[in-house]
Design a protein around this ligand. Structure first.
Ligand code: AR6
Length: 189
């Protein structure tokens, strides 16, 4: 775990499976149909149980597909986290299709929704960094910048990015250190 402090907020990087998070809300890197899928989406649905898919279907029936960059809230069901915020990142198509704006919006919409619902501790995966193919260095800089902004403006008091695997964790830690300088706390178990 590595930690930086911004105003009264804390940014944490953790290695591991986000379904273990006990945050108030975990963010799911979903698709617009909220259909479940592979990657972190599949892991969250497996851990939360089948009621999560039912809750997602209800949202789609009520409001239609979730556009990329927006976010919606469901209960967490069997997860330790009480809520899931579902957001949709951009599919990388070369960078000329508004991908950066959409990725920023996915983080910012999730932070705003957490704030509106009084959820102070939020856990993110690396949105769009798997099946959706976003270049990792750019994605990390966008994510870290949006989370720093959300913490500095008091939208949430703790934001954790869960990185799947040691290599991803080391990469993100390097990116964060380049942007923010030395961490307040580094590499506790
Ligand atoms: N905990 C934390 N991070 C994880 C986990 C986990 N359990 N599993 C994977 N990751 P992806 P996307 C990392 O593909 O690129 C789905 O099918 C993974 O290593 O899950 O936004 C959806 O339904 C990667 O760094 O999400 C959509 O159709 C990151 O999570 C589509 O994929 C995101 O990878 C969304 O693609």
């Amino acid at each position: 775990m590595t930690k930086w402090t911004f105003a009264d907020g804390q940014l944490l990087l953790r290695e591991g499976d986000i379904t273990r998070s006990d945050a108030d809300a975990v963010v799911n890197a979903a698709n617009s149909g909220l259909l479940g899928g592979g990657g972190v989406d599949g892991a969250i649905h497996r851990a939360a149980g089948p009621k999560l898919l039912d809750a997602c279907h209800d949202i789609i029936l009520r409001s239609g597909a979730l556009p990329p960059g927006q976010a919606v809230l469901t209960p967490g069901f069997n997860l330790s986290a009480r809520h899931v915020i579902h957001t949709v990142g951009p599919i990388w198509r070369g960078g000329g299709f508004g991908e950066e704006t959409t990725l920023r919006s996915a983080y910012a919409s999730s932070l705003r929704l957490a704030h509106e619902r009084g959820l102070g501790r939020i856990a993110f995966p690396a949105i769009s960094c798997g099946a959706y193919g976003y270049p990792l260095e750019q994605a990390a800089q966008i994510a870290l910048d949006e989370l720093r902004r959300g913490l500095a403006t008091g939208l949430v008091r703790e934001a954790t990015i869960w990185l799947h695997g040691r290599e991803a964790y080391d990469f993100w830690r390097g990116q964060a250190q380049a942007l923010f300088g030395p961490p307040n706390t580094a590499d506790q178990p």
